[in-house]
Design a protein around this ligand. Structure first.
Ligand SMILES: O=P(O)(O)OC[C@H]1O[C@H](O)[C@H](O)[C@@H](O)[C@@H]1O
Length: 266
């Protein structure tokens, strides 16, 4: 279960087959994905940080663990290739007795990682191999390195969102002094496709596709989450490409791709 490492120019990506989870993405030596110092890497529990996958459900569900089982399963290498301008890796997961006990449906999930010199594309494709419709929700739960004290995501200004903390529909503040987002935050923002994390001249562009919402999450300093190291919440914001508002329903043989592309200094 050793991590897989991809290279392209000055860019390096580390992926854990456990959960098909990106753990580290460095561009010219600068880390872009936050991984908790207290992350549990024992291969049994969700790993706190990087890009966990939420599938076949987003959030809590009566029938099984928070965010589904994809992040606690061992995925298989399905494809790996390298050219001058990108490195590509696909990991796959299909139903077995354990997944059927939680979710009685045939499925094929493929998680593709495409690494370029200054960009990383993450794409979760789910295919319905069965003879009945297949419904699921999902998210690419990216933990992006940032200095929360200076964070200001201007694309959020004035947007409507569902606040999971208060279970209310709200609007982000607008105006030059608005804290965007205020921390702690657990916001489902319908339709948001593009935003930027800017820190001085350093810009990370986030582009989501195949989603119905972006989820913005940071638990704030009083989180009490055992595997977020002390003070760790000051160094990341989760900006998730999610299909969380309504399920995706696939007819037999149909497929859907949920993706997120991260680009440095775009
Ligand atoms: O602690 P986890 O199961 O990894 O979930 C971490 C967070 O994920 C998402 O962003 C949800 O919107 C949050 O409600 C949840 O707290």
């Amino acid at each position: 279960m050793s991590p897989l490492i991809l290279h392209c120019a000055d860019s390096q990506l580390t992926v854990s087959p456990f959960g098909a989870q990106a753990l580290s993405w460095q561009v010219a030596g600068q880390e872009r994905l936050w991984l908790s110092l207290d992350a549990d890497l024992d291969g049994h529990h969700p790993i706190r940080g990087g890009v966990p996958l939420c599938f076949p459900w987003f959030g809590k569900a009566a029938q099984g663990p928070s965010h589904g089982f994809a992040r606690t399963r061992l995925w298989q290498v399905a494809e790996q290739s390298q050219t001058d301008d990108h490195a590509h890796l696909v990991l796959s997961l299909e139903q077995d007795a354990d997944t059927e006990a939680l979710w009685p449906h045939p499925f094929r999930a493929e998680m593709a990682f495409t690494l370029k010199a200054n960009a990383l594309q993450l794409a979760l494709t789910v295919t319905n191999p069965g003879s009945a419709p297949l419904s699921y929700t999902a998210a690419l739960h990216s933990y992006l390195c940032t200095d929360v004290a200076q964070l200001r995501i201007t694309e959020l200004a004035g947007l409507p969102y569902h606040d999971k903390l208060s279970n209310a529909d709200c609007l982000f503040e607008d105006g030059p002094d608005a804290a965007l987002p205020p921390i702690p935050v657990d916001a489902i923002v319908p339709g948001l496709s593009n935003c930027r994390l800017a820190q001085g001249n350093d810009i990370l562009k986030i582009d989501n596709q195949g989603h119905d919402a972006a989820v913005i999450w940071n638990p704030g300093p009083d989180h009490g989450i055992g595997d977020v190291h002390f003070g760790g919440e000051q160094a990341f914001i989760c900006i998730e490409s999610a299909h969380a508002l309504t399920p995706i329903t696939l007819a037999p043989c149909q497929r859907h791709t949920l993706s997120q592309t991260l680009t440095v200094n775009a």
